[in-house]
Write a protein that binds this ligand. Structure first.
Ligand code: HEC
Length: 127
């Protein structure tokens, strides 16, 4: 009996410790997307180690809202289909796929891509 309890405790701790999968389980709503609640947490897990922490690839700092919207061709408020950031996470031909294939970071889920597009469509607000 003691063994079974220890095993259950161990499984509980192991499942709690897996913080990397949590971000993909967090559903983003279809409207009223919040930069601080929904978008920045994705960037924190999948982007900022190359864009803002330690190194700032392509001069793009995704650790803050002001860094994210600084280049008007990367995020075009209200126009997700004209925003280079979207082209990279969707894998449009001719643009580097982000996060890069072969890096330790997982691609965005369909829900996350839709969420980032909605955030831009709603004005790319600092909300
Ligand atoms: C492992 C490192 C790494 C990660 C993680 C990463 N990037 Fe990048 N990113 C790069 C590098 C390197 C470049 C420059 C690549 C190039 O121009 O070919 C780049 C360039 C870009 C560009 C500019 C593309 C252009 O057309 O000029 C955007 C936008 C971008 N990244 C967005 C993101 C987003 C959003 C994420 C997270 C979903 C992300 N990146 C995650 C390394 C990374």
């Amino acid at each position: 009996m003691k063994k079974i309890i220890s095993l259950c405790l161990l499984l509980f701790y192991v499942s709690c410790d897996d913080t990397s999968t949590n971000i993909d389980d967090k559903e983003i709503p279809i409207s009223n997307v919040s930069y601080s609640q929904h978008i920045q947490p994705i960037f924190n897990v999948k982007c900022i180690n190359c864009h803002g922490v330690g190194t700032t690839e392509a001069g793009l700092d995704l650790t803050t809202w002001s860094g994210t919207v600084a280049d008007p061709s990367i995020v075009v408020p209200n126009e997700p289909d004209n925003s280079r950031l979207i082209w990279t996470i969707e894998g449009r031909p001719g643009f580097p796929f982000m996060p890069p294939i072969g890096s330790p970071y997982r691609a965005l889920t369909q829900n996350q891509i839709r969420g980032v597009k909605t955030w831009i469509a709603e004005g790319a607000l600092n909300n």
